[in-house]
Design a protein around this ligand. Structure first.
Ligand code: FES
Length: 103
């Protein structure tokens, strides 16, 4: 596991771009939970850390919409809702105030 960030660096509803082992990782905090995705959109490498976060109705997940061409990805799974490629997600392990990921 590799240190990612301190939880307090990412307030609720915010995101942060972190470089881990040379990989740009977009970290989001939504609903008290942390999500980490490869920042490069699988379509044409748009920066997901600058995307718009959307919550589904009735608590059915959170999504980020790529700022380049609008593909939408599930923050938890990277699922692209039928597009040709999914986003790469990394499991976040929260240990107290510190966040770690395996990459
Ligand atoms: S680069 Fe993300 S939708 Fe095209």
């Amino acid at each position: 596991m590799i240190f990612l960030a301190k939880a307090s660096e990412i307030p609720e509803g915010e995101r942060k771009l972190v470089k881990v082992n040379g990989v740009d990782v977009a970290v989001f905090r939504q609903g008290g939970r942390f999500y980490a995705l490869n920042n490069a959109c699988p379509h044409r490498q748009g920066p997901l850390s600058r995307g718009t976060v959307e919550a589904a109705a009735e608590g059915a997940g959170c999504f980020v919409r790529c700022p380049m061409h609008g593909w939408r990805f599930d923050l938890a799974t990277g699922d692209s809702n039928g597009r040709p490629a999914n986003a790469t997600v990394y499991a976040v392990d929260q240990r107290g105030e510190e966040l770690y990921i395996e990459i």
